[in-house]
Design a protein around this ligand. Sequence first.
Ligand code: NAP
Length: 170
Amino acid sequence: MKLIAVVALGQNHCIGHNNEMPWHIPEDLAHFKALTMGKTVLMGRKTFESILASLGRPLPGRPQMVLTRSSAWAPEVVGSDAITRASSLADALEMARARGLDELMVIGGAEVYGQCMAQLDVIEATEIEASPEGDAFFPPLDPAQWVRTPGERSESKGLGYTFVRYTRRA
Ligand SMILES: NC(=O)c1ccc[n+]([C@@H]2O[C@H](COP(=O)([O-])OP(=O)(O)OC[C@H]3O[C@@H](n4cnc5c(N)ncnc54)[C@H](OP(=O)(O)O)[C@@H]3O)[C@@H](O)[C@H]2O)c1
């Protein structure tokens, strides 16, 4: 099973502030959707809540595993049967393997990326040409470990960004 992270990050590796994304780039949301639709996604409880706050519902069309250490946690959402609680990363990976998944998409946040980093095969990054203030950061990307393949640079309302694939060196 491949472990693939999907992240949008600033030049300072900022990914979030006050449990929200520091920018609004519709093209990046569309990219995220294209990469993850129909696939199982793994996220931390705070990211799940951040998505719930911004969309008003969980991500549609994607089975979701939510990491939390709280055994009392249950998503207070209607039709939440596609949402599974995982009490540890090992637990989540075991569930994913038991489901026979080829890929598990790791969608954040900082704490979860940090823990998955050593096991990631691919990182689908949106590199944003900004260094916003924040309280959540993506780990450093060591060029000795990752091959960086950038796509074309684009702009959204004057904000430059590039979709970049990082593949772990053999
Ligand atoms: N730019 C992007 O692409 C992107 C993507 C996703 C998120 N974000 C941003 O990232 C920020 C959230 O990141 P975060 O680091 O604060 O939180 P997070 O990683 O989303 O969630 C952290 C929570 O996950 C649970 N958790 C983490 N590791 C666990 C483990 N091994 N076992 C069991 N539970 C575990 C814990 O929940 P409990 O406290 O319930 O135990 C922990 O408090 C937000 O600002 C969000 O907007 C940005």
